[in-house]
Design a protein around this ligand. Sequence first.
Ligand SMILES: CC(=O)N[C@H]1[C@@H](OP(=O)(O)OP(=O)(O)OC[C@H]2O[C@@H](n3ccc(=O)[nH]c3=O)[C@H](O)[C@@H]2O)O[C@H](CO)[C@@H](O)[C@@H]1O
Ligand SMILES: C=C(OP(=O)(O)O)C(=O)O
Length: 426
Amino acid sequence: MQKLVINGGKKLSGEVTIGGAKNSTVALIPAAILSSTPVVLDSVPQIRDVANLRSILLDMNVTSEVKNDVLKIDPTQIHFAELPSGKVSSLRASYYFMGAMLGRFGKAVVGFPGGDDIGPRPIDQHIKGFEALGAHVENKHGQMIITAPEEGLKGAKIFLDMVSVGATINVILAAVKAKGTTVIENAAKEPEIIDLATFLNNMGAVIRGVGTETIRIEGVDELRSNNSHTIIPDRIEAGTYLSLAAANGGDILINNIISEHLDAFLAKLDEMGVNLEIGEDSIYVKPSPDMKAVNIKTMPYPGFATDLQQPITPLLMQSKGEAMIIDTIYPKRIKHISQLQKMGGDISSENDLIFVHGGAQLTGATVSADEIRAGACLMIAGLMADGTTTITNAENILRGYDRVVWKLHQLQADVELIGHDDLKEN
Ligand SMILES: CC(=O)N[C@H]1[C@@H](OP(=O)(O)OP(=O)(O)OC[C@H]2O[C@@H](n3ccc(=O)[nH]c3=O)[C@H](O)[C@@H]2O)O[C@H](CO)[C@@H](O)[C@@H]1O
Ligand SMILES: C=C(OP(=O)(O)O)C(=O)O
């Protein structure tokens, strides 16, 4: 187990640069197996999810190498392999191998995906999509066995019951080489889906309408990569550093941001009275002494992201008044609450509503990062708190935050990671 030890209460300042989006990267890596040629991704974040996906690729004889933030994946010697639980359960996005392997081999055997404990996360819409394309899906002791018919997958119209990032991406991955036209209705519109479609279209795929609720895919026979793909900046990492900067003094410049991807989040910061200077691809956070509480309701993109609900909470704790948060995507995403209470935070939840009272001074404590964004929230709270905060299970933070300790040091934070770090932060 890794621990993040934070000596808090210091004003932070300096510059930090946001890495490539985790939620793009974890779809792009499985998507690479659809290519007949090697693939190059740049702006790849140094996170545990990437290391785990690379290890799964190797089980299929797909080699990969990383140099700085460039990842080369060579799927030319790929062979079919079953992907049982184990590695697959180390992260959520391993479910993208279902769509990608179905597209590449006409068959996928993949254990049930893992990921954060943020309430129920069914995959019925993914399965509905595969079945609509003609696949047979069987759940054998928690292992999904998905098989295309002999004549191959055939394009179909799929209406998703709810807006799902994962189901939208998985159907795209399966349909991109299917015969004929696939139409996804009520599709998710997240920027990471546009990033994935850009990557696939540059390899010869025909995917239209991404970023709207109707996506049309004309199946093609082959995908070939001709140039490297630069991953979009991580909007959730950016939102986390914005919250951290506003909560810990200000005078922090955050580089590599597409501010349009953060519209709903930035609107809330503005409503709270956070002083921001928004540049072309950066945001400067100035001291904001008089912040006021706001209410937050998480929604699918372009609404306020569920993944930023916890990271903004410490900032609400510094604001005047009472804030109410409703997470409509994951109403049980509340693992941070009991931990913030240990630090003296005035926060509670009742009937899937979270109430945050501003004004309580936090004090350091030993707390647990039970999932990635709860961990990010505690990291910000630890930086705000008087004294020392020890965050246990810090690997949940490292799985999705690029070189986080190094970046915090850039901002003059007094933090130390204890325990073996095989990602070798620099
Ligand atoms: C790797 C990745 O990109 N993860 C993100 C992705 O997760 P993920 O793709 O798993 O989340 P979804 O968008 O699919 O989930 C949205 C909602 O739909 C429900 N649902 C989803 C699929 C399904 O088949 N059945 C079903 O009921 C989920 O329980 C949830 O309530 O989007 C979430 C919502 O923005 C983010 O929090 C995650 O960071
Ligand atoms: C829930 C998240 O990730 P995942 O879907 O990979 O579990 C997240 O990034 O906040």
